[in-house]
Design a protein around this ligand. Structure first.
Ligand SMILES: C[S@@+](CC[C@H](N)C(=O)[O-])C[C@H]1O[C@@H](n2cnc3c(N)ncnc32)[C@H](O)[C@@H]1O
Length: 305
C-alpha cells in the first residue's frame, strides 16, 4: 500500500499498488486472462482520510462502509508499505523487523524540519539518533542541500537496514548502536531525534517508545555535541515534558509544531501498572474521544546554540 500525507498534514491518502490490485482491488483479469500480480509502479487510489491524528486510525476506518473498511484493514496489514510526505518516499517491508515505520509524529517532525530549513540553510554536518525507517534522515538530506555528511544511527540493526535500503545518498553514514555513546566527542550543526518519550519506572532506553534517557541527555548535555549556531530538533510529549524540562535547559528553545494525538502503543495500554503510572503521575488523560481513550500532546521543539 501507499500512504501519502499532504504537506499541511490535513489529508492522508491511501493507495493500493502492485500485487494488491489483483489480490484486494478486484483487478484479477486483464483481457479475460488471469492476472496474479502487477508491477510495483501500478497503483490505484482507494480513499482519503481528513485531519489524521494517527497513520493507522482503526476507529476512523471502522466507521467507513463495510467494503471500504475491510479493504483498508487488508491494505494496512500489508508488510509492504510505501510512505510519502513532501516528495520524500520510504519503503517498509518484512525484512525491517520491529522497525518504527513513519507515524504521525514523524510527519509533524518533518514539518518542523521544513520550518527550520526555511530560515537556516547552511548546515554542513548532521546526525539523526534513532532513525527507525530512515524517513527523517532521508528528508533532511533531501531538503538540506548544504549538508556534506549525515550520520544516521539506530540501536535496532533492522532499522539501520531499513535506513540503508531507503537512503541512497553518498552523504549518509550509518551506525548501529547506542546514539549517545556514538556521538560522544563529536559535534554537529544539526542534531535530530524523534526519541522514545514514554516514561516508565526503571525504564530500559533501547527501544522505540520506552524511556526518556536519550531525550534527557540530548536536552541537557547534547548541547556539547552542537556547533555554535547549530540546532537540535526533537519531539517532547506531554507525558515526559515535566520530567525532561524540570531542570531548565542550557539553550533557548522554541516549540515549532504541536499536535494532540492518541497514545496507541498496545504494549503500554495492555500493561496495567505502566498505564496507571502514566495516568497518576505523568498527566495521561483518560477521556474517550474520537475512538481513543488516552491522549497526549506532542511538541516539536528546536534548541538553538
Ligand atoms: C520513536 S522511534 C522514531 C523513528 C523515526 N526517527 C521516526 O521518526 O519515525 C525512536 C527510534 O529510536 C531508536 N532508539 C532508541 N534508543 C536508542 C538509542 N539509545 N540509540 C539509538 N537509537 C535508539 C529506536 O530503535 C527507534 O527506531
Amino acid at each position: 500500500m501507499i500512504i501519502k500525507i499532504s504537506k499541511d498534514l490535513k489529508k492522508e491518502e491511501i493507495w493500493a499498488q502492485g500485487v494488491e490490485l489483483a489480490s484486494i482491488m478486484g483487478k484479477d483479469r486483464v483481457k479475460g486472462k488471469r492476472v496474479i500480480t502487477f508491477p510495483e509502479k501500478d497503483k490505484m487510489f482507494v480513499t482519503s482520510i481528513k485531519n489524521p491524528v494517527l497513520i493507522t486510525d482503526n476507529y476512523k476506518i471502522a466507521q467507513l462502509n463495510p467494503t471500504l473498511r475491510d479493504t483498508l484493514f487488508s491494505l494496512f496489514s500489508s508488510k509492504h508499505r510505501i510512505f510519502e510526505y513532501d516528495g520524500v518516499i520510504t519503503i517498509s517491508d518484512a525484512s525491517h523487523v520491529n522497525v518504527w515505520s513513519p507515524s504521525i509524529d514523524t510527519v509533524l517532525f518533518a514539518k518542523g524540519l521544513a520550518n527550520i530549513f526555511q530560515t537556516k540553510k547552511n548546515f554542513k554536518t548532521a546526525v539523526e539518533i534513532g532513525t527507525g525507517s530512515g524517513f527523517l534522515g532521508k528528508y533532511t538530506l533531501a531538503k538540506c542541500g548544504s549538508l556534506e555528511e549525515m550520520l544516521v544511527i539506530d540501536i535496532n540493526p533492522y532499522a539501520i537496514k531499513s535506513a540503508m535500503d531507503n537512503i541512497k545518498d553518498p552523504r549518509a553514514v550509518f551506525f548501529t548502536g547506542d546514539g549517545i555513546k556514538k556521538i560522544k566527542n563529536q559535534k554537529f550543526d544539526l542534531i535530530i531525534c524523534n526519541p522514545p518519550y514514554v516514561p516508565r519506572p526503571k525504564s530500559i532506553d533501547d527501544n522505540p517508545y520506552e524511556g526518556v534517557g536519550v531525550l534527557n541527555y540530548l536536552i541537557h548535555d547534547g548541547t556539547k555535541n552542537l556547533n555554535k549556531g547549530g540546532v537540535f530538533l526533537t519531539n517532547i510529549s506531554s507525558l515526559c515534558w515535566g520530567l525532561v524540562m524540570r531542570t531548565k535547559p542550557n539553550l533557548p528553545y522554541k516549540i515549532i509544531a504541536k499536535m494532540r494525538v492518541p497514545l496507541k502503543v498496545n504494549n503500554i495500554l495492555n500493561n496495567e501498572s505502566w498505564l496507571n503510572y502514566l495516568v497518576r503521575e505523568r498527566g495521561l488523560k483518560r477521556k474517550f474521544e474520537r475512538g481513543y481513550e488516552y491522549w497526549q500532546e506532542i511538541f516539536i521543539v528546536a534548541f538553538y546554540n
